[in-house]
Write a new protein. Structure first.
Length: 113
């Protein structure tokens, strides 16, 4: 069976960085801890303990480690798949925002040094 060609659909560069965050499904107010896998101006990869339904709207809040600044964002789950028991990766599209990932990445890296 021939392999299908992969077509890159991203408009913005993604930075591989783990930033802690909390997320909540719109229908459920309780937030859950998670972390990013990667981040860009219009989306992020999310690592969670649960599978998230595709098209689910989420409220997320990134926590910047150098000063504990919280950045609230609205997002939508584009895809979600299991990696291992209790570990899921999801792709989120950020709504109504353009994040500045370079400054977030630099601040996160600097706070870890």
């Amino acid at each position: 069976m021939p392999k299908e060609e992969f077509s890159e659909k991203r408009k913005f560069v993604r930075f591989l960085i783990s930033i802690p965050l909390k997320y909540a499904k719109i229908s459920i107010k309780q937030s859950t801890d998670a972390s990013t896998k990667d981040i860009s101006a219009e989306g992020l990869g999310l690592i969670t303990a649960e599978e998230l339904p595709v098209n689910a709207p989420l409220k997320i809040c990134l926590t910047i480690l150098d000063n504990d600044e919280e950045i609230p964002l609205n997002a939508e789950v584009i895809w979600s798949k299991g990696k291992s028991i209790g570990c899921y990766h999801s792709g989120l599209r950020l709504k109504d925002t353009k994040l500045k990932p370079i400054s977030l990445v630099l601040r996160t890296v600097d706070s870890r040094l």
